[in-house]
Design a binder for this molecule. Structure first.
Ligand code: 13P
Length: 255
C-alpha cells in the first residue's frame, strides 16, 4: 500500500442528493480507475454508501464512511455500527475528524471507535491536528497525545488497517486562516513517524500518513513531494470531479 498514493475524498455532508452523489462518484471513478499508482477512497454521507458501492468496479476506487459507533448493535439511537458498514461493502472509516471533535468527541471515545472498527475489519483513518500553532511548539505534544490516546490498545497486528491523517484545524475549510506549507506538514509527518516508532518500533513505519486541509489541484503535488506524506485527505476539492481528477492525476505522477 505504501508505494501507492492514498487519496481520500471526505465528502462531509455533501452533495445534497443521491443523484448528484452518483454523478460525482461516476465521474471520479472514470479517472481513478485508470491510475495504477493511486488508491482512491470516497467517504460519502452514510446514506449514500450502499448506492455508491453498487457503482464500484475493481479495487482502484473504494468506499469508506466518515464515522462509526463503538458497538455492533444495541440501543444507540441514530448511530451506525462497524459491521453495518462492512456489510454494505465499506472498507475505510474516518475517525477523530476535527469537525466531530468540535461536536464533543474526545480521544477516549475515538479510541473505542478505533478498536471497534478494527474488529470489524475496517481500515481506520485517524485524524489528528492542532487548532493553532503556539511559538513554544506545544502543539507537537498535543498531537502526540491525541495519537497515544486514540491508539491505546491498538496492536502491531492492527497496523495494516491503520492510516494517520494530519489535519491542522487552522488550514481546513472555507475559514482556513492560511494554507499549510509543505514544511509545516513535513514537521508533523516526522512527529507522527516518531510517535508511531515509540509505540510500535519499526512496525510503525508501515502506517501511511496523509495530509488534509485546503488541498487543491495546484498544491497537491507539493505536499506529496516535499512533506513525506503517503497521500491526501481532501474535503471541498473532492466534490468537484474535475478538480479531484486533477489531484488524482498529479498523485499518480509523483514518485
Ligand atoms: P478542505 O479540503 O475542504 O479544507 O477539508 C479538509 C478536510 O477536513 C478533509 O477531511
Amino acid at each position: 500500500m505504501k508505494s501507492k498514493k492514498l487519496i481520500i475524498g471526505n465528502w462531509k455532508m455533501y452533495p445534497v442528493n443521491m443523484k448528484d452523489a452518483k454523478a460525482t462518484f461516476s465521474a471520479i471513478k472514470k479517472v481513478a480507475s485508470t491510475l495504477r499508482n493511486v488508491q482512491t477512497v470516497i467517504c460519502p454521507p452514510f446514506i449514500y454508501v450502499s448506492e455508491l458501492k453498487k457503482l464500484v468496479t475493481g479495487h482502484r476506487v473504494v468506499i469508506g464512511a466518515q464515522n462509526v459507533w463503538t458497538e455492533n448493535e444495541g440501543a444507540y439511537t441514530g448511530e451506525i455500527s462497524p459491521t453495518m458498514l462492512t456489510s454494505l461493502g465499506a472498507t475505510y472509516v474516518i475517525l477523530g475528524h476535527s469537525e466531530r471533535r468540535a461536536m464533543g468527541e474526545a480521544d477516549e471515545l475515538i479510541n473505542k471507535k478505533v478498536l471497534a472498527a478494527f474488529k470489524a475489519g475496517l481500515t481506520v483513518v485517524l485524524c489528528v491536528g492542532e487548532s493553532m500553532r503556539d511559538p513554544d511548539g506545544l502543539y507537537m505534544k498535543f498531537i502526540a497525545t491525541q495519537m497515544q490516546t486514540a491508539l491505546h490498545g491498538v496492536q502491531k497486528k492492527d497496523l495494516s488497517q491503520m492510516v494517520i491523517a494530519y489535519e491542522p484545524i487552522w488550514a481546513i475549510g472555507k475559514h482556513a486562516t492560511r494554507p499549510a506549507l509543505p514544511e509545516d506538514v513535513l514537521e508533523i509527518s516526522i512527529l507522527i513517524k516518531k510517535t508511531l516508532a515509540d509505540l510500535y518500533a519499526k512496525d510503525g513505519a508501515t502506517v501511511p500518513i496523509l495530509y488534509g486541509g485546503s488541498v487543491d489541484a495546484k498544491n497537491a503535488w507539493e505536499f506529496l513531494l516535499k512533506s513525506q506524506v503517503d497521500g491526501l485527505l481532501v474535503g471541498r476539492a473532492s466534490l468537484d470531479a474535475k478538480v479531484f481528477g486533477e489531484i488524482l492525476l498529479s498523485a499518480d505522477k509523483v514518485k
